[in-house]
Design a protein around this ligand. Sequence first.
Ligand SMILES: [Zn+2]
Ligand SMILES: [Zn+2]
Length: 202
Amino acid sequence: MAARGPGRPRFGIPCYVCGERRNIQQMRHIHGDHATEEVREISIFRRHEFNADPLVINNETRICFRCSNSIRDEIAILQANPMAMRVNGLKQTRNNTCFLCNAVGDLHRLSIECKVEVFIQCNIFFPETVRSCAQHLDRRGHLLLILLADLQSINRPYIIPGQYLQRLMQAMRDCSLQRRRIDDIEDLSDDQELVLTSFTKQ
Ligand SMILES: [Zn+2]
Ligand SMILES: [Zn+2]
């Protein structure tokens, strides 16, 4: 409704998701016939991602057009693509520059091992095409540890190409097996380790 309710601040009302204040005409209801259960669920999830306190949704709750359109886009992608899955994807400003500093020269596509490491450490999915400058990588081609804390992600649907998914799964398996071998050695008693290491030296 265009009419402003009694007692409502003149400068608009906050979006339930992003918190930006807008005129009520630029907001959509989140509750009732206009919104599906899915819109509500995604709104709650996104509000959490904005680090806002939980808030009960009622008849007055509204979201801005930008959040509303973005949520509807997400639902449409998932409905149109049964292969799409929602993951915490890397937040990038552009997709043809270094994802950290936006430089354009001397870029390296990140190795699959590097992406698996970030996924394990930070739960952030890197699309196949992500590239960075050499200066952000260590000698193995992994991102410098100090950079991991600043990576930002956004939870949205992705269609992960099958071959890429297969390579990721293989690299995760390799990584897990490598760690298990290290754990296995650490689990051995001194006697067992002596037998094993003398055996492998032969
Ligand atoms: Zn919003
Ligand atoms: Zn860079």
